[in-house]
Ligand binder design. Sequence first.
Ligand code: ADP
Ligand code: MG
Length: 169
Amino acid sequence: MLVQASQGQSGSAHVVVLGNEKGGSGKSTTALHIAVALLKAGQRVASIDLDCRQQSFTRYIGNRQAWARRSGLDLELPAHHCIKYGETMQIEENENAEFQQFMEAVSAVERAYDFIVIDTPGSDSYLMRLAHSMADTLVTPINDSFLDFDVLGTVDPATYAVIGESHYA
Ligand SMILES: Nc1ncnc2c1ncn2[C@@H]1O[C@H](COP(=O)(O)OP(=O)(O)O)[C@@H](O)[C@H]1O
Ligand SMILES: [Mg+2]
């Protein structure tokens, strides 16, 4: 797992973004684990799902909530938001709607929470780029495979030296 950290802005939540332009690398699973670990460490945690089509992160949280209700356990849960994609034929209108929802979700939680954990889709999109631009910490899970590494960098097949950046990098 590659983790790149930088300073959070003072007075506002530290933004943790899970990103990798590779489906199935473990972003949503890791997002849930990070959110729960931070909650268990006593932090105030909000979460945002930007993978509005798949919604794995949202379902993980929904299932945890349902299990808590059913079992009577007091399980920690983040304050969760799921952002919907714009569905008009106009790209600009869609991006405006997505920006609006995303910024509303961020402003609703950035002062009252210590961390915002954001899960992103495994494809290049406006919302995915917007989230990356706000990351204080970017977590990129990768599988132990050259196919997975290929999304991040190009490797010399003989020496294994990194000889270039790939599209996600
Ligand atoms: N650390 C891990 N070890 C083993 N399997 C994992 C791990 N993290 C995720 N998985 C599995 O890999 C698959 C893809 O995980 P997911 O979190 O949906 O990836 P992504 O959000 O990047 O598409 C799922 O079947 C999940 O259960
Ligand atoms: Mg996912």
